[in-house]
Design a protein around this ligand. Structure first.
Ligand SMILES: O=P(O)(O)OC[C@H]1O[C@](O)(COP(=O)(O)O)[C@@H](O)[C@@H]1O
Ligand SMILES: [Mg+2]
Ligand SMILES: [Mg+2]
Length: 348
């Protein structure tokens, strides 16, 4: 055993230390957000271990029920949902919970209630569970409005009101990317320590990327002849056959938003899920997919656009609302925005 190397490891930045450091910058802070985040981290560790042994522990396959989205729930969807609901309730800091897997918001019983609301997708990328491709958990945190006892109105707020957001990717390694509003940082789980260690400090998404990520299999459903149809086709066409002498972009699409956004944050490029005939408002859910990912991308210097405006400015009307999304490198999203405004001008 290389004790010297082990001794060195003690000055590593764990996620707990990072969050406590962030808390110390706010003298008025009571530590509630720190405690809440530590319970979310615990939930991620729990789900990570379940995902790693899913094939062995018979956690592959369907649970037998259908969720509010009309999707057949996977066993890991249900298990992850239970894990996070219990972890959040036992933190004593949560008040209103919104999960992709629950039709209605969950109001934490008074004895365990706190000042924060958590919106979450307990298991993202469900279609990839059974083949062992990267999946994840996505979460966003709001603070209760002044004087509120905790109602759904506390979460039907623009994403820019969130105080923290993150995702945990269960892939070749388990990586948790977190922002409390001062940049985005990535932590990798060291299984031997059971600790998330800071490995990607202050993530900065490249200003322009060489990758576009969209499910081109939906192309026939892209909403003809609407603006978004022409724009997506134009953008994909330009990516494949650039006319400015630049080299074609590469297509990368994993089909797990967490994994596609994680790659986009680190390598740059653009991730898109436009509206189409099948999903006239897009497929991805505003509160627990679009908002947290947009929050992180903006914190990393990128941008997130809906086709109509900044994603974080959306004021959701219901907890499972969907929205088209274009997020990633600043310049790549600018290109989409330019195509949209050109289309608007043409309409006039
Ligand atoms: O198969 P499609 O239509 O491309 O959709 C893939 C998208 O759907 C999702 O799987 C939806 O999320 P859930 O798995 O949490 O329902 C995203 O992770 C992913 O980006
Ligand atoms: Mg999802
Ligand atoms: Mg999900």
């Amino acid at each position: 055993m290389d004790h010297a190397a082990d001794a060195q490891r003690t000055d590593l930045m764990t996620i707990t230390r990072y969050v406590l450091n962030e808390q110390s910058k706010h003298p008025e802070a009571r530590g509630d957000l720190t405690i809440l985040l530590s319970h979310i981290v615990l939930g991620c560790k729990f789900v990570c271990s379940a995902v790693n042994k899913a094939g062995l522990a018979k956690l592959i396959g369907l649970a037998g029920d259908t969720n509010i989205q009309g999707e057949e729930q996977k066993k890991l969807d249900v298990l992850s949902n239970d894990v996070f609901i219990n972890a959040l309730k036992s933190s004593g800091r949560a008040n209103v919970l919104v999960s992709e897997e629950n039709e209605e918001p969950i109001f934490v019983e008074a004895s365990k209630r706190g000042r924060y609301c958590v919106v979450f997708d307990p298991l993202d990328g469900s279609s990839n569970i059974d083949c062992g491709v990267s999946i994840g958990t996505i979460f966003g945190i709001y603070m209760l409005q002044e004087g509120s006892e905790g109602t759904v109105a506390d979460v039907l707020k623009p994403g820019k009101n969130m105080v923290a957001a993150g995702y945990c990717m269960y892939g070749s390694s388990c990586t948790l990317v977190l922002s409390t509003g001062t940049g985005a940082n990535g932590f990798t789980l060291d299984p031997s320590l059971g600790e998330f260690i800071l490995t990607h400090p202050n993530i900065k998404i490249p200003k322009k990327g060489k990758i576009y990520s969209v499910n081109e299999g939906n192309a026939k459903n892209w909403d003809q002849p609407t603006t978004s149809y022409f724009i997506i086709c134009r953008y994909v066409e330009k990516a494949k056959f650039p006319i400015d002498g630049s080299s074609p972009k590469s297509l990368r699409y994993i089909g797990s938003m967490v994994a596609d956004v994680h790659r986009t944050l680190l390598y740059g490029g653009i991730f898109m899920y436009p509206a189409d005939k099948k999903s006239p408002n897009g497929k991805l859910r505003v509160l627990y997919e679009v908002f947290p990912m947009s929050f992180l991308v903006e914190q990393a210097g990128g941008q997130s656009f809906t086709g109509q405006g900044r994603a974080l400015d959306i004021v959701p009307k219901n907890i499972h609302e969907r929205s088209p999304i274009f997020l990633g490198s600043y310049d790549d999203v600018e290109e989409i925005k330019a195509l949209y405004s050109a289309a608007e001008v043409k309409k006039e």
